[in-house]
Design a protein around this ligand. Sequence first.
Ligand SMILES: Cc1cc2nc3c(=O)[nH]c(=O)nc-3n(C[C@H](O)[C@H](O)[C@H](O)COP(=O)(O)O)c2cc1C
Length: 219
Amino acid sequence: MGRNATRTGLPGNRLVVGISGASGAIYGIRLLEALGELGVESHLVISKAAQLTIRCETSLEIKAVAAKADFSYAVGDMAAPIASGSFRTKGMIVAPCSVRTMSEIAAGVTTTLLTRAADVVLKERRTLVLMVRETPLHLGHLRTMTALTEMGAVILPPVPAFYALPNTLEDLVDHTVARALDSFGYDWPKAKRWGEGPPEAASGDRRSGSPRKSRSKKA
Ligand SMILES: Cc1cc2nc3c(=O)[nH]c(=O)nc-3n(C[C@H](O)[C@H](O)[C@H](O)COP(=O)(O)O)c2cc1C
């Protein structure tokens, strides 16, 4: 199932995408669209709770989301290629990542294909980006994020960047998706990059508040 049934066989051009049941299913959906535009082969797994959030937060059927990926797998399919380290990929993004999924990955508990695929990415020392979405955070959440960072994962919460001067919700989502793709070296042109846009954007002319006098580094 998916937008393109041809395997490229190029591990550097292959990414696993997990959509778990945190709010912000749109991040995973836009990520799949971005990978399609970049020509990166996507391998998708959607958690059961994410099927609920997709229904709550978007007008898309689960099948329509799955069709945006090159390959999609049932969350219980432990025989899927992405369950094995021998299936080479560039890594994995979980977008959005729920606290439950984050905690399961941190503990090495792999009861679903989503968490198994993430565990594989960690054990193979590939890049794992977790777009963890919850607020506020308690100490246990923060400790789990620390543990995952120590294991090599990238904790990348979907926090909007207002310096990009977003006009729409799509602008906000796309900027975060582009920053997540940066972790893999994929340059999705939807990102408005600090210092790389039109000069007036960097000098503050479009803002209603005080213009900045000098540029500073932004994340
Ligand atoms: C509409 C909706 C929004 C939710 N938002 C969040 C959230 O932002 N973060 C979170 O950790 N869990 C959130 N949850 C709860 C998770 O879906 C729940 O913990 C679930 O067990 C996660 O399972 P999964 O990690 O297998 O997807 C939300 C649930 C619903 C129904």
